[in-house]
Design a protein around this ligand. Structure first.
Ligand code: MG
Length: 457
């Protein structure tokens, strides 16, 4: 049942991504279009976020698809989860031009499977093999594809989320939305209005120069949102990353809610209505498991990356398990009743439902969660995978989990050490219920890492 991570050459955990004109060029987009068109013949939906380089890459990618005989459905600018929903409902595959939370000079491509999930490792490796094939096939004049524009399909996505909340829980609740000049300008305000909310926006005009804030919804970048939440006496503020598959929140006092706490609150809300399994990567804070267990639910862990979460959810369900929720500790949450991908619009709508159900202020709900202490650190080394092997041996007698890197569990405290797949470094993460225990475990891990590294260099 466990899904294993496989190493890819070009694609990372969320598609191919890089700086436009350097790693990412129209030529590469053209070849991705040809490779995808060869692998997934049929109707392919194409969408993009608001980046200035979007049209260049989209046109090149569409040309590649058309040349291999695919029919292209151009959905224009929309959130990644909106394109995923549209593909799941209507088409044979999709390609999203986006660099998610990366700065404006970045762009990339996420490939979407017919079921709306992001392409898994095995298929992505096949796509990469096609890409390196010098002679990608093109079709003759009478078999090239056709293209239609379908900007109206975004409406189906908005309605699909609004339809999950027929009781209209908004009921006049004031919410401030910060789509960060990204594609959610077109969706999240409309979704929340359909739920009965009074919506105020900031950075609500689509603009690929990102004049208000960067696409990463960091606490620093959301100061404007926080001030507006307080000034407008809103129930909460919500912000998205550059392609709106993630959502993060500001409480009514203007405080940023750490994403693992956000995950926990929504877990609590969902588990009170449905019992089953929650799926999340090994890097998620234990606060989610503590809350899930308290509500009579269990947690299944996966490698780090939303595709592993989504695919594990699907496999568990196929095996007859009841899976009620999934997600990552970065505001990327997956609602299986809606679709099997992270969805920022759905997350924002669920927060409205959560507040309406509890009748409590968001800051108080956050304050009731168990306190956790997290430490995150990077150490530069080219020996990442060998180091993990040796650490594995050193801690073999302990309660360990090798789903992704090495996770050492001691009561309610754990440490995770993972080698980066793209950079010469390792990541150490500690999550503890007590600050002192957390620091002690972190220090011990760091010492072990340096001790082993000395033998390797
Ligand atoms: Mg994203």
């Amino acid at each position: 049942m466990k899904i294993k991570k496989m190493q890819k050459r070009l694609f990372g955990t969320n598609g191919v991504r890089g700086v436009i004109g350097k790693e990412i060029t129209p030529e590469l987009a053209l070849r991705i279009g040809q490779a995808l068109g060869t692998m997934r013949p049929g109707h392919i939906a194409v969408g993009m976020d608001t980046r200035t380089s979007g049209p260049t890459l989209a046109d090149a990618l569409k040309a590649g698809l058309l040349a291999t005989g695919c029919d292209v459905v151009d959905c224009g600018i929309l959130p990644t989860p909106a394109l995923q929903y549209i593909v799941k409902e209507h088409y044979d595959g999709g390609a999203m031009i986006t660099a998610s939370h990366n700065p404006p000079e970045y762009n990339g491509v996420k490939i979407i499977e017919p079921d709306g999930t992001e392409m898994g490792d095995e298929e992505t490796i096949r796509l990469e093999e096609q890409l390196s094939d010098k002679s990608l096939p093109t079709k003759p004049w009478d078999r090239v594809g056709t293209e239609i524009a379908a900007p109206h399909l975004i409406e189906e996505y908005i309605q699909s989320i609004a339809g999950q909340f027929p009781e209209k829980p908004g009921n006049g609740m004031t919410v401030v939305v910060d789509p960060g000049s990204g594609p959610a300008c077109q969706t999240t305000p409309a979704i929340l209005q359909a739920l009965g909310c009074r919506v105020i926006t900031i950075n609500g005009i689509m603009d690929g120069t990102f004049p208000g804030r960067l696409p990463e919804p960091s606490p620093d970048g959301l100061k404007g949102l926080a001030a507006l939440v307080v000034a407008s006496k809103a129930a909460f503020g919500v912000a998205h990353d550059g392609d709106a598959d993630r959502a993060v929140f500001i409480d009514e006092n203007g405080s940023f809610i750490e994403e693992n706490k956000e995950f926990s609150l929504i877990t609590q809300h969902i588990c009170r209505n449905a019992k089953g399994t929650i799926v999340t990567p090994v890097s998620t804070s234990q606060v989610v498991e503590l809350i899930a267990n308290k509500e009579g639910c269990t947690v299944q862990y996966t490698p780090v990356g939303s595709i592993y979460v989504a695919r594990t959810m699907r496999e568990l369900i196929a095996g007859g398990k009841l899976v009620v929720f999934g997600g990552e500790g970065n505001g990327g949450l997956i609602f299986p009743k809606h679709q099997f991908c992270r969805d920022g619009g759905m997350t924002a709508a669920t927060m409205v439902s959560l507040l309406a159900t509890t009748g409590q202020r968001l800051s108080l709900l956050v304050a009731q969660l168990p306190e956790r202490h997290m430490i995150k650190e990077k150490i530069a080394t080219p020996h990442g995978s060998r180091l993990i092997e040796l650490l594995n041996k050193r801690y073999a007698q302990e309660n360990i989990d090798c789903t992704d890197g090495l996770k050492i569990k001691r009561q309610n405290t754990w440490a995770l050490i993972r080698a980066s797949g793209t950079e010469p470094l390792i990541r150490i993460m500690v999550d503890a219920n007590d600050k002192k225990a957390g620091s002690a475990l972190y220090q011990e891990m760091k010492n072990s890492v340096y001790e082993i590294l000395q033998t390797l260099s």
